[in-house]
Design a protein around this ligand. Structure first.
Ligand SMILES: *[C@@H]1O[C@H](CO)[C@@H](O)[C@H](O)[C@H]1NC(C)=O
Ligand SMILES: *[C@@H]1O[C@H](CO)[C@@H](O)[C@H](O)[C@H]1NC(C)=O
Ligand SMILES: *[C@@H]1O[C@H](CO)[C@@H](O)[C@H](O)[C@H]1NC(C)=O
Ligand SMILES: *[C@@H]1O[C@H](CO)[C@@H](O)[C@H](O)[C@H]1NC(C)=O
Length: 321
C-alpha cells in the first residue's frame, strides 16, 4: 500500500531531465551492530528532541517534554550537564541551528506529550545567544501562527541570517530572516506532506543545508530527499529528488563528504546513507531505542563521535564512527 502510494509521486521525479538519485537507488545493504555509550540519562518521561554543537564543543540538547535547553560538556567524565535556557509560555523546544558564532535559532511551541499532538498556532522561532561564561539570553525572531507544527531548522545563509524551518503538519518549508523576522513559504512539494490519515502528522521533519542542496526527511512517508535551492531565496532551482524510500527517519546530520546519518526514531537505529545511494542500519539494541537526532562532535577529539538524542529510555548517547 505504501509502495503503491509512493509510486504516484516517484514517477514525476524520475522523468525530470536533471540527474536523479545516485546509482544505489536508496537500497538498504546491511545492518551492523555497534557499541553505544551513555552520556546522560534525563529523568523519566523526558523526550530529548534535538541536538546542536557549539563551536567550543559543548552539546546543546532541546527537550520536547519541557521548554528547556541543556548544555553538556562531553570532554570530561562525569559530564557536566546544565540547564542552559528555559523558555516561558510554551511546552516544547524542537529544532536548533547555529547561524552565527554562539547564536542559535530555536523552534519552540506546544507539542502535547499526553496525546502526542501538535498544537497549531503556538509555534515561533527564537534567537538564543550564549556567552563564554555559560549565560544565555533569548528574543523572539518571529511567530509563525500559520504553521501546523514546526520541527527541524537549518541555516540556509549564515551571512544574511536566512533560516529554513520544516513545518511537519502543513508539509512545507518556511524561510525566515533571523535579522528581519520576515517569513514566507519557500518550498512546497508532495515529498514534504504528511499522510492525511496519520494521527500524528509528521511530513518534512529533519532539514539540513549542504553544498547548495536542502536535504530533508519525511517521517510519515519514510523518505529521504533533497532539492537544489537558491541560497538567498530558498526557492527550488532543481527537482525534488527522492534519495531513499522505506527510510524511517527523524533528524539527521550530513557530513562534509556527503554521507547522511539519520536518527531512526521508531526504527530504533541510526541510518547511514552512503554517497553511492545505498544505506545501512546501525543498531545498538536496547541502548538505541527511539533516536530523535544526531550531531558530530566539533572538536579534534570528538570529530568521529556521533551524539544521539533519544525519546524513550530518555537520554543522550554516543557512538564512534
Ligand atoms: C494512510 O494513508 C496512506 C497513504 O494514503 C496509506 O498507505 C496508509 O495505509 C493509510 N493508513 C491508515 C492507517 O489508514
Ligand atoms: C535504480 O533504478 C533504475 C531505474 O529504475 C534501475 O534501472 C536500476 O537498476 C536501479 N539500481 C539499483 C542499484 O537498484
Ligand atoms: C502552550 O503551553 C503553555 C505552557 O504549558 C501554556 O501556558 C499555553 O496555554 C499553551 N497554549 C496552548 C494554545 O495550548
Ligand atoms: C556503496 O558504498 C558502501 C559503503 O562504502 C559499500 O559497502 C557498497 O558496496 C557500495 N555499493 C555500491 C552499489 O557501490
Amino acid at each position: 500500500m505504501l509502495l503503491f502510494n509512493l509510486a504516484l509521486f516517484v514517477l514525476p521525479v524520475l522523468s525530470s531531465t536533471t540527474p536523479g538519485p545516485p546509482p544505489g537507488n536508496g537500497t538498504k545493504i546491511r545492518t551492523v551492530n555497534t557499541k553505544v555509550q551513555t552520556i546522560h540519562q534525563f529523568e523519566e518521561n523526558t523526550w530529548a528532541e534535538n541536538i546542536a554543537i557549539r563551536q567550543d564543543g559543548t552539546l546543546l540538547v532541546s527537550l520536547l517534554s519541557k521548554p528547556q535547553l541543556y548544555s553538556i560538556d562531553p570532554t570530561e567524565y562525569p559530564y557536566n550537564v546544565q540547564l542552559a535556557h528555559e523558555f516561558d509560555g510554551c511546552a516544547s523546544v524542537l529544532g536548533i541551528a547555529e547561524y552565527r558564532k554562539d547564536v542559535f535559532a530555536v523552534v519552540r511551541g506546544n507539542f502535547s506529550m499526553e496525546v502526542t499532538e501538535w498544537v497549531p498556532g503556538t509555534f515561533s522561532i527564537w534567537r538564543v545567544q550564549f556567552t563564554s561564561d555559560g549565560q544565555s539570553e533569548s528574543s523572539q525572531i518571529t511567530e509563525i501562527p500559520e504553521a501546523g507544527g514546526l520541527n527541524g531548522i537549518a541555516t540556509l545563509n549564515p551571512k544574511s541570517g536566512i533560516l529554513l524551518v520544516a513545518d511537519s503538519v502543513n508539509g512545507v518549508v518556511w524561510r525566515v530572516g533571523a535579522d528581519t523576522g520576515d517569513r514566507v513559504v519557500a518550498l512546497r512539494d508532495e515529498t514534504m506532506t504528511p499522510f492525511g490519515n496519520s494521527s500524528t502528522p509528521i511530513g518534512v521533519n529533519g532539514i539540513k543545508v549542504k553544498n547548495g542542496y536542502v536535504y530533508y526527511s519525511n517521517t510519515n512517508k519514510q523518505l529521504l530527499c533533497r532539492v537544489a535551492v537558491d541560497t538567498d531565496s530558498g526557492m527550488a532551482t532543481g527537482p525534488f529528488e527522492i534519495l531513499a524510500t522505506s527510510f524511517i527517519a527523524d533528524d539527521f546530520a550530513v557530513t562534509i563528504d556527503g554521507y547522511i546519518y539519520a536518527a531512526g526514531n521508531a526504527a530504533n537505529d541510526v541510518k547511514k546513507y552512503h554517497v553511492n545511494g545505498t544505506w545501512e542500519s546501525i543498531t545498538g539494541g536496547s541502548d538505541l531505542i527511539g533516536p530523535t537526532s544526531v550531531a558530530f562532535g566539533r572538536s579534534f577529539e570528538d570529530a568521529d563521535t556521533l551524539y544521539i538524542t533519544k525519546k524513550k529510555t530518555p537520554g543522550l548517547v554516543k557512538i564512534g564512527i
